[in-house]
Design a protein around this ligand. Structure first.
Ligand code: NAP
Length: 230
């Protein structure tokens, strides 16, 4: 099975690469600064025939086009749009940092769509045909009881809308598109008080992804495969 994962320098993305390596899968591991991604490079050196490291800076759409061209002859079973940012902490009512909001929107919402557009033929010729976008419960309207976090919440809600439309538009190619919440995970973004480790999150997410069928396309799902209300 071939996977392409963005944001593999650390956190959930790095753990996905480690898990995939242990499973014997082929991984196109993407990050914005490969020369600074020491942990990823060490991992890739353990299985150089199965893990290749590629540049993909979600804030620079030209790098996504270059990546798609580089991989034009590859089948991609799972395109995992994992990379994401929380944005500035100036994100409460009355003080929202507009520049950070625009950057977060570009990285969390626009780039996953543009990368999916660029690679959809490679996904279409694969066996599993999955596009998974790492979303967040914080993008759920129904789950929002505490307000605030305008930047992150709105960019993930918009990503959910993108996933839903992709599910409809890519149906003729039999591609399944899902928005996936990874749990509250101990990473730089999730913080030390988070509920689960990256390994626990990744293990459950891959079990869920491998069990997807055509009727799951367009769903917003938790790591265990259950529905998250929009
Ligand atoms: N952790 C949680 O509890 C949690 C909960 C819900 C959803 N999520 C989602 O899960 C995904 C992974 O989160 P995480 O916890 O692993 O976050 P993280 O530890 O902060 O890692 C974020 C990853 O995204 C990459 N990234 C950031 N901006 C990028 C850009 N412009 N181009 C390419 N890569 C970029 C980072 O690369 P650099 O090293 O180069 O910065 C890093 O590899 C995100 O989409 C996040 O929103 C996480």
């Amino acid at each position: 099975m071939n996977l392409l994962i963005t944001g593999t320098s650390r956190g959930i993305g790095l753990e996905m690469v480690r898990y995939a390596m242990e499973c014997g899968w082929r991984v196109f591991a993407c990050c914005r600064h490969p020369h600074q991604a020491d942990a990823l490079l060490k991992l890739a050196a353990l299985a150089p025939e199965r893990i290749s490291v590629h540049i993909a800076d979600l804030a620079e759409l030209a790098t996504l086009q270059a990546l798609a061209y580089e991989l034009r002859n590859e089948a991609i079973d799972m395109l995992i749009n994992n990379a994401g940012v929380y944005g500035s902490n100036q994100n409460q009512f009355g003080e929202v940092d507009v520049r950070s909001w625009q950057q977060a929107f570009a990285i969390n919402c626009i780039a996953p769509l543009k990368l999916s557009e660029a690679l959809c033929e490679q996904v279409a010729i694969s066996e599993h045909k999955i596009i998974a976008c790492l979303s967040s419960k914080m993008g759920s309207m129904a789950d929002n009881g505490s307000g605030g976090s305008y930047i992150y919440r709105s960019s993930k809600a918009a990503l959910n809308a993108v996933v839903k439309s992709m599910a409809v538009d890519l149906l003729p190619k039999n591609i399944k598109a899902v928005a996936l919440h990874p749990g509250w995970v101990k990473t730089d973004m999730g913080g030390v008080n988070a509920e689960i480790t990256a390994r626990e999150s990744v293990t459950q997410m891959f079990e869920t992804l491998l069990a997807l069928t055509a009727k799951d396309s367009g769903r917003f799902i938790d790591i265990d495969g259950s529905d998250i209300p929009w």
